[in-house]
Design a protein around this ligand. Sequence first.
Ligand SMILES: *[C@@H]1O[C@H](CO)[C@@H](O)[C@H](O)[C@H]1NC(C)=O
Ligand SMILES: *[C@@H]1O[C@H](CO)[C@@H](O)[C@H](O)[C@H]1NC(C)=O
Ligand SMILES: *[C@@H]1O[C@H](CO)[C@@H](O)[C@H](O)[C@H]1NC(C)=O
Ligand SMILES: *[C@@H]1O[C@H](CO)[C@@H](O)[C@H](O)[C@H]1NC(C)=O
Ligand SMILES: *[C@@H]1O[C@H](CO)[C@@H](O)[C@H](O)[C@H]1NC(C)=O
Length: 182
Amino acid sequence: MNSKIFAVAFIFFFVLISSANAHIAFVNPPFRGNNDDTMRDPPCGGSNEVNTTAITDFPVTDGQATVDIGHGDGVLLFNYAPDSNSTFQSVSDNVTVAVAEGTGPKPYTVPINVSKAGAKIGDQGVLQTIFIQGGVNFTYQCADIKVVDPNPKAANTASSFVGISEVALFIIGLTSFVMTNL
Ligand SMILES: *[C@@H]1O[C@H](CO)[C@@H](O)[C@H](O)[C@H]1NC(C)=O
Ligand SMILES: *[C@@H]1O[C@H](CO)[C@@H](O)[C@H](O)[C@H]1NC(C)=O
Ligand SMILES: *[C@@H]1O[C@H](CO)[C@@H](O)[C@H](O)[C@H]1NC(C)=O
Ligand SMILES: *[C@@H]1O[C@H](CO)[C@@H](O)[C@H](O)[C@H]1NC(C)=O
Ligand SMILES: *[C@@H]1O[C@H](CO)[C@@H](O)[C@H](O)[C@H]1NC(C)=O
């Protein structure tokens, strides 16, 4: 093998290994785009526009995000911004990631509080994850989210329950008033 072919083979091998290391994928909420060629480009791994078919409801507090890590050791960060041109702010603790070669992809599920970045119910915004390896922001990916009430069903059930019992008490009270006055 001459040295030129060896060099090309070596670079190809290195690129192959490092992209395998760096591969991450939002599982929940789903990614807006996942492109191996541009995954190192901030802020969204080359997918800088909203993906209107992938906007997912996400609770304003007590949210959870799941990201698959292909392979590698590092730190996973989560940030939020109203759009991909705005300043992203941290919405989780830093998560230490360790996925041995051949054992991935491994899912990491992380508690998220988008209200830490000022998100409010009804907002649409961008949840960003960054995989840091060796202190370098290695891989970026984003998901489009619609910020929602964390517990809408419980709130509705509680208020209609109160409503029904108030009406029931009123009818019972009215009935006994009418009966005692007959
Ligand atoms: C937008 O999201 C949908 C659903 O997740 C996905 O199938 C599609 O590939 C995404 N579009 C782009 C441009 O990545
Ligand atoms: C971000 O800014 C660029 C350049 O001004 C613009 O082309 C792009 O549409 C903007 N994207 C969003 C999501 O606002
Ligand atoms: C999380 O990691 C980022 C990037 O390395 C760093 O700037 C930040 O201080 C870390 N946060 C915590 C709480 O350790
Ligand atoms: C979420 O963040 C907000 C703003 O920092 C804070 O007031 C609230 O206690 C947090 N909620 C949870 C469940 O961590
Ligand atoms: C890496 O990501 C962190 C956290 O979002 C950010 O503060 C920092 O500016 C980024 N560094 C580079 C070189 O983009």
